[in-house]
Design a protein around this ligand. Sequence first.
Ligand code: NDP
Length: 223
Amino acid sequence: MSKTVLITGASRGLGRALVEAYAAEGWAVHAVSRRVGDLEAIPSVTAHEMEVTDRRCIATLRTRFAESKLDLLINNAGNWGPTAQDLGPIDPQVWLETLRINTLSPYYVSEALLDPLARARGLIVTITSKMGSIGDNGVGGDYIYRSSKAAANMVVRSLARDVALRGISAIALHPGWVQTDMGGAQAPLTIEESVNAMRRTIGHVTSRDSGKFLNYDGNELPW
Ligand code: NDP
């Protein structure tokens, strides 16, 4: 039987490419997006229209998967936030909105899907960022994005400990600096390079890696 993956932020960028790659490999793919668009035109893709910060949407997802198995969850949906987020009068509402997307939604989506993940002894991959690495921050600035991803890293770490007894693993994964709407055209990695490397890394993850923060190439990163 084919394996099943659910990917959030499937409309474009890394999420869309992950959907296409897993579908081409024969996985049953659940693509979560607030704009379903042509996602269902991709063979073996089921699209779910959803705003990842909406608890009602997450409750619907929980119900849809109540009897299912899920081998892999990729919490990919993410948001940079405003262009200007260096030291200054940052709008707290804008900061909180980014936290809701980048930090809270991976927690709530994962929590809603623990039963289907446990049935498959599955893996939760949360796409965070090296920008959220405290050890790697030598330049400062970018308060909103950095804090949202650092907090997401901590969510992953706690989750990994809390779900181990159910046979579920969880990692945080940095995709590299990639040529997407968020990464910009000057980024060194193409979407294809990042997605191929991430899929290779995800394919090699075992329960011994649970709780790690990995680079797209499989190397461990400093928290
Ligand atoms: P894009 O900006 O290209 O795509 C972001 C995706 O997230 C879109 O599908 C978007 O949907 C979705 N999304 C954002 N907010 C919400 C929401 N509230 N509800 C549902 N979906 C939402 O970004 P990337 O593909 O580059 O980024 C993917 C992940 O990788 C993100 O978590 C990002 O932080 C991370 N990352 C990216 C890096 C890079 O260099 N590109 C570097 C490090 C980390 P919609 O189309 O509806 O807006």
